[in-house]
Structures are given as structure tokens and as C-alpha cells.
Design a protein. Structure first.
Length: 127
């Protein structure tokens, strides 16, 4: 008879441990799936023709001549609004006193923002 209370005690201990183990496993799987989906998700960036931008923006792009390394501050893209690249890949160039800015990539990409980097459009230099 003394074994029966011991078995009941073991069951009472095992069930919460098992439930906790299942919960931790479900959380780990959920975080892994979420991380893989975020890595696959590319930012939605529109395109804008160079000829449609204000003259001062076009002049700034032409003066940089696709050379992002020639100046500008490093742009970290903490909000992940641009395609993922290595650190220091993008260079930032503020335009005037407003919130307009250019961001150039080492691969020749040019991005334009009118709202301080909240939204970007890729500049099509051929149009």
C-alpha cells in the first residue's frame, strides 16, 4: 500500500514538468519559424525616375557620381528598410535643411527619402 501514494506523487510531479517541456519546445519552434520568415522578407521599396526628382537632388546624385566612399556618414539601416548588406555598405547624404536624404550603396544603388529615412525609393538613374 505505501507504493500507491508514491506513484500519485510521481504523476503529480511529471505532468507539470511535461507540460513545461512542451511549452518551451513550442516557444522555441515558434521563434525559429518567425526568425526564418523575417530573414526571407525583403523590404518593399518603390522606384522613382531620376528625371522626376527635384533639381537639387538630381544635382547631388550627379556630383556624387556613384562614389559612395567619397564621403557621407555610414548608414546603419537599423530599421531594416533597405536590402540587407554588410555593415558600412551604405553611406548617407543629407540634402539641405529638411528631412530629405540620399543613401548610396557600394554596388551603385541610390535610395532617396523625403521623410528622414522612414520610407525609401530606389532611384532609377537611367530614367
Amino acid at each position: 500500500m505505501p507504493r500507491r501514494p508514491l506513484r500519485q506523487l510521481r504523476r503529480r510531479v511529471r505532468r507539470p514538468q511535461l507540460a513545461l517541456l512542451v511549452l518551451v519546445a513550442a516557444l522555441a519552434i515558434g521563434y525559429g519559424v518567425n526568425a526564418s520568415h523575417q530573414a526571407e522578407r525583403a523590404p518593399a521599396i518603390g522606384s522613382v525616375a531620376l528625371s522626376t526628382l527635384p533639381p537639387q537632388v538630381e544635382a547631388a546624385i550627379r556630383s556624387l557620381d556613384g562614389r559612395p566612399a567619397s564621403g557621407g556618414a555610414s548608414f546603419s539601416d537599423a530599421g531594416r528598410r533597405l536590402p540587407a548588406e554588410a555593415p558600412d555598405y551604405y553611406r548617407e547624404y543629407p540634402l539641405g535643411t529638411g528631412q530629405s536624404q540620399l543613401v548610396l550603396g557600394l554596388g551603385g544603388q541610390v535610395y532617396y527619402s523625403t521623410d528622414g529615412g522612414v520610407h525609401f525609393e530606389q532611384v532609377d538613374l537611367a530614367r
